[in-house]
Ligand binder design. Sequence first.
Ligand SMILES: [Zn+2]
Ligand SMILES: [Zn+2]
Length: 248
Amino acid sequence: MQIETDTHTHTIASGHAYSTLAENVAAAAVRGIKLLALTDHGPAMPGSPHIWFFRNMRVIPRIINGVGVLRGIEANIINFSGEIDIDSSLHEQLDIILASFHEPVLAPTTRTQHTEAVIKAMASGLIDVFAHGGNPSFPIEVDEVAKAAAACNVLVEINNSSFTTSRPGSAKNCAALAEAVARHNGQLTFGSDAHIACNVGRFDECIALVEEIGFPEDLLISIDYQKLLSFLRQKNKPNLDELFVTLC
Ligand SMILES: [Zn+2]
Ligand SMILES: [Zn+2]
């Protein structure tokens, strides 16, 4: 299975990652990734970049070494009303907005509250991807979340790092979440969540999971970068024309 997109990567700007954008792009090109999302942590995360880092992303070329670069963020869900740590003006400048729970930002409570927060974040229209939803520290009702994701046109991420270096105990939850996405006819995206260039575009565990559960390929957006571009475009993202013209 050839994966063409990586919708979740970090650079040294995140404060606890170890590679530059140029190094991540080079690694993506080697792995055959056509579209790479730059998604450093949002401002509520300790050590994250200043908000100007995100506001200035227009200086990043649309395409570097043949790899399309999506200007993004891994925003934090900051409360159980599902609010995230960026305002709507920044939302209009970015191509792709992930949202996720992180313990340094929001302390876990109950499955019910986590589920409500995710569904409200999705319903806000401000997010494109719900990231690392298999985290056992923030249990959710997978069926309700998958149903809301499909209804709100939000991608559900399966995160390769959740099987390797981060969030131990995620695997079973990721499988359940992916199965729920298939039941509700939603869409999955793969994120490497690379915090170092050698992990960009690495999806061994994600691929093994979808093969094991027989996840329908037509609901996996990561195998077709044009599908991801079309998905983002119909959400009225800025300035994607150059990517369409040059890459497609
Ligand atoms: Zn991180
Ligand atoms: Zn994260």
